[in-house]
Design a protein around this ligand. Structure first.
Ligand SMILES: NC(=O)c1ccc[n+]([C@@H]2O[C@H](COP(=O)([O-])OP(=O)(O)OC[C@H]3O[C@@H](n4cnc5c(N)ncnc54)[C@H](O)[C@@H]3O)[C@@H](O)[C@H]2O)c1
Length: 266
């Protein structure tokens, strides 16, 4: 079943595959788009920021890969349906969906506006893309791999981030529900829960306060942040045929942090 093909030094695990990566203009999504394209996939690069999406397409083509930009709001139902139709029209197939777009907002539990915005962006987007890709491409062909990006906040609470925590718990539930419901179509649905990873969301100007970041990293058993490359490798593994019997898996990629339930440091 595994059909990795080695071309030069690169393993072309995704040759002849078409993938969509949402929120791929930056961070984990960008790294995932480059990795999938570097291993043979044609990658549709979605981002809210059109310039960022185009820049990632330029990087991928400069690296010898194939990509197209599909800029727009990943949580806009009509846009998502149109974007999937566009990819299907251009490429004729869609094998891999990486639901990565997400935002993090710190706000008290009483703030409905923040709750609504974060849940719409992080959770509704994953439902809309999964439904559109499932209906247009994966259910008819009876195959496909969906990888949803959640967070450690999908498995445990984080203070002052109720919308983020609830949205990511929802992503875990969405993953399990789709894995159960779409298994009969040969569609695998899995989820990655990244721990603290160096991206705009954490180390960027609008990211975490340095003191808070230091404290968070201090609680990681591997004593460092994850890299976008490490998260991309985990996502790509779940999207690949090497994971052909994995579905409904919630995979922590967190340097051991969730193993530390006691809260006691060494
Ligand atoms: N960085 C971390 O430590 C960390 C930890 C756990 C989970 N995550 C998750 O990983 C995913 C990627 O995060 P990142 O750290 O790479 O963030 P990032 O901010 O570097 O990148 C997110 C990208 O998503 C895009 N985006 C935001 N809203 C969008 C929308 N509505 N439609 C389309 N694109 C949109 C942004 O423009 C940006 O390019 C998110 O789902 C996040 O919750 C990140």
């Amino acid at each position: 079943m595994t059909r990795s093909i080695v071309q030069g030094d690169a393993v072309m695990r995704f040759r002849d595959r078409v993938a969509v990566v949402t929120g791929a203009g930056s961070g984990i999504g960008k790294s995932t788009a480059r990795l999938l394209a570097g291993q043979g996939a044609i990658v549709a690069v979605n981002d809210l920021d059109p310039a960022a999406a185009r820049a990632v397409v330029a990087i991928i083509t400069g690296e010898g890969g194939q990509a197209l930009a599909i800029a727009g709001d990943a949580a806009d139902e009509a846009f998502v349906d149109d974007a999937v139709a566009e990819v299907m029209g251009l490429c004729g197939r869609l094998d891999i969906l990486v639901n990565n777009a997400g935002i993090s907002v710190s706000s008290p539990a009483e703030d409905f506006e923040a709750w609504d915005r974060v849940i719409r962006t992080n959770l509704y987007s994953q439902f809309f893309w999964s439904r559109a890709v499932g209906k247009a491409a994966m259910i008819p062909t009876q195959r496909g791999a969906i990888v949803n990006v959640a967070s450690m906040a999908g498995l445990a609470a984080v203070p002052n981030q109720i919308g983020y925590v609830v949205s990511k718990h929802g992503v875990v539930g969405l993953t399990r529900s789709l894995a159960v419901e779409w298994g009969r179509y040969g569609i695998r649905v899995n989820c990655v829960c990244p721990g603290i990873t160096a991206t705009e969301m954490t180390t960027g100007p609008t990211g975490m306060e340095p003191e808070r970041l230091k404290a968070r990293v201090g609680r990681v058993p591997l004593s460092r942040m994850g890299t976008v490359q490490e998260q991309a490798e985990t996502i790509a593994f779940l999207a690949s045929d090497e994971a052909s019997y994995l579905s409904g898996v919630i995979l922590n990629s967190d340097g051991g942090q969730l193993a530390l339930h006691s809260g006691v440091m060494m």
